[in-house]
Design a protein around this ligand. Structure first.
Ligand code: GAR
Length: 204
């Protein structure tokens, strides 16, 4: 399975996924890294691993056709958003139906939506006095964080946690959850029935 990762930040999820491909945990290959900011740390990670990068330029209307062409030329099967801070245009969603994943650093449907990204999410979880948070992998639709949920991983919120403490704990959970979900897609173990998604256990 050929994977394109879209990212905007440090790229620790990019790294976890690319490492899982290299180790054989995911039967797939990261063939393209699409980056929305020229100063994103993920660019160095992709360079070190010899994975081609595309840095988005201009408006969505300008970059979308070029990226679509690159995805097609690279025969990409699955698009994985890993800390990507831009909206995915309809043209891409239409071309990859049920094949675009996002990871969100909270237990959706709570603490999602516009403005809920990165540290804002963890601050909101702590301010709400939650005893639990986690990570959610979901399919991408035309809105923020509303697509069908594929899988979640839960972590506790501890009494003296600040947003940074919680972010570290959630990110660690993301690095396990995301490669496992991508592996399930690569092994054709994901069953979609309307908005209800289940994952079959790995075959022995
Ligand atoms: C991750 O925590 C991811 O869940 C979050 O950005 C971080 C990226 O970290 N994504 C969102 O908030 C999207 N709404 P990374 O660059 O180290 O993978």
């Amino acid at each position: 399975m050929k994977i394109a990762i879209f990212a905007s930040g440090g790229g620790s999820n990019f790294q976890a996924i690319a490492d899982a491909c290299e180790s054989g945990h995911i039967p797939g290959q990261v063939v393209l890294c699409v980056v929305s900011r020229a100063d994103a740390g993920v660019i160095q990670r992709a360079e070190r691993m010899g994975i081609p990068q595309v840095v988005l330029q201009g408006s969505t209307a300008e970059w979308a056709p070029a990226v679509l062409k690159q995805l097609e030329e690279a025969s990409v099967d699955l698009i994985v958003l890993a800390g990507f801070m831009k909206m995915i245009p309809m043209a891409l969603i239409g071309r990859f139906p049920g094949r675009i994943l996002n990871i969100h650093p909270a237990l959706l449907p709570n603490f999602g939506g516009k403005g809920m990204y990165g540290m804002h999410v963890h601050e909101a979880v702590i301010a709400a006095g939650e005893s639990e948070s986690g990570a959610t992998v979901h399919l991408v639709d035309q809105d923020y964080d509303t697509g069908p949920i594929v899988a979640q991983s839960r972590v506790p919120v501890l009494a003296n946690d600040n947003a940074e403490d919680l972010a570290v704990r959630v990110l660690k959970a993301e690095h396990v959850l995301y490669p496992d979900v991508i592996r399930a897609f690569a092994e054709n173990r994901v069953r979609v029935s309307g908005t209800h998604i289940t994952i079959d256990p790995p075959r022995p």
